[in-house]
Design a protein around this ligand. Structure first.
Ligand code: ADP
Ligand code: RBF
Ligand code: MG
Length: 216
């Protein structure tokens, strides 16, 4: 169960990520249990667990992390490019605005690079989803952006910059959703800091050639 203590507003030192971060991993977006959008209203793009073998992260602790996701070009990234004041509603509006403002000064995405793919802020859950008692470990990414369509089959590159919290069991679905919304705000504030925002330009995020089916 989560504790009743107030949660920190940001995670990680202001001057940049601390070891073992940044962690890099990648994989192709696959089907999960279909619960994210339908049950929670929070879609998560799942990648095969073998994505963790990239850079030898198999032993990474289960829990909730934040960072940046690079998505290969798809109908989804085309229809609604990053930075557009999209219909994204799960992050506190002020935090979202200042994250978008920080990013516009330091822009490797947006219209000009649509042919290369796009970079978005993300929160990541690695583990067994104790609330659902999954028997397989999953790697799931919620992207803080409003997409019009699904992007199964797209390749996703991830840079993880910090550990937010362990995974918990919850007394209700609503309390799980509340905590995920807090994770999204914590990630938004954390990523808006210069030393974290700059990772959005890391070339790893938009390298897709040779990265296919599963992780490479
Ligand atoms: P599954 O159990 O198959 O992962 P979800 O309900 O979690 O199903 O939905 C995930 C799918 O929704 C993703 O694979 C992706 O194609 C799509 N999607 C749409 N918007 C988002 C978003 N903001 N973040 C992550 N995935 C999204
Ligand atoms: N599931 C849990 O059972 N416990 C958690 O603490 C938990 N935290 C999550 C945090 C984030 C940011 C995200 C995106 C998902 C989290 N989940 C957690 C997983 C959630 O149950 C899962 O995404 C849905 O079941 C859809 O697969
Ligand atoms: Mg999912």
């Amino acid at each position: 169960m989560p504790s009743d203590n107030p949660r920190p507003l940001v995670i990680g030192p202001d001057n940049g990520p601390e070891a073992p971060f940044p962690l890099r991993l990648n994989g192709k977006v696959v089907k999960g249990f279909g619960r994210g959008s339908n049950e929670l209203g929070i879609p998560t793009a799942n990648i095969p667990i073998s994505g963790l073998s990239v850079g030898g992260h198999e032993d990474v602790e289960s829990g909730v992390y934040y960072g940046w996701a690079g998505l290969s070009l798809s109908k989804a990234t085309h229809q609604n490019p990053p930075g557009t004041k999209s219909k994204y509603k799960l992050m506190n509006e002020q935090i979202h605005d200042s994250l978008m403002t920080t990013l516009s000064g330091n822009d490797s995405t947006g219209e000009g690079t649509q042919d290369k793919g796009s970079v978005y802020p993300m929160v990541l859950s690695i583990g067994y989803n104790p609330y659902y008692k999954n028997t397989v470990r999953s790697v799931e990414v919620h992207i803080m952006h409003g997409f019009e369509v699904e992007f199964y089959g797209s390749h996703m590159n991830l840079i993880i910059l910090g550990f937010i919290r362990p995974e918990y069991d919850y007394v209700s679905k609503e309390s799980l959703i509340d905590d995920i919304k807090t994770d999204i705000d914590v990630a938004g504030r954390s990523l808006a800091r210069d030393a974290y925002a700059s990772f959005k330009n890391d070339s790893y995020l938009l390298e897709f050639s040779g990265r296919s089916e599963v992780a490479s």
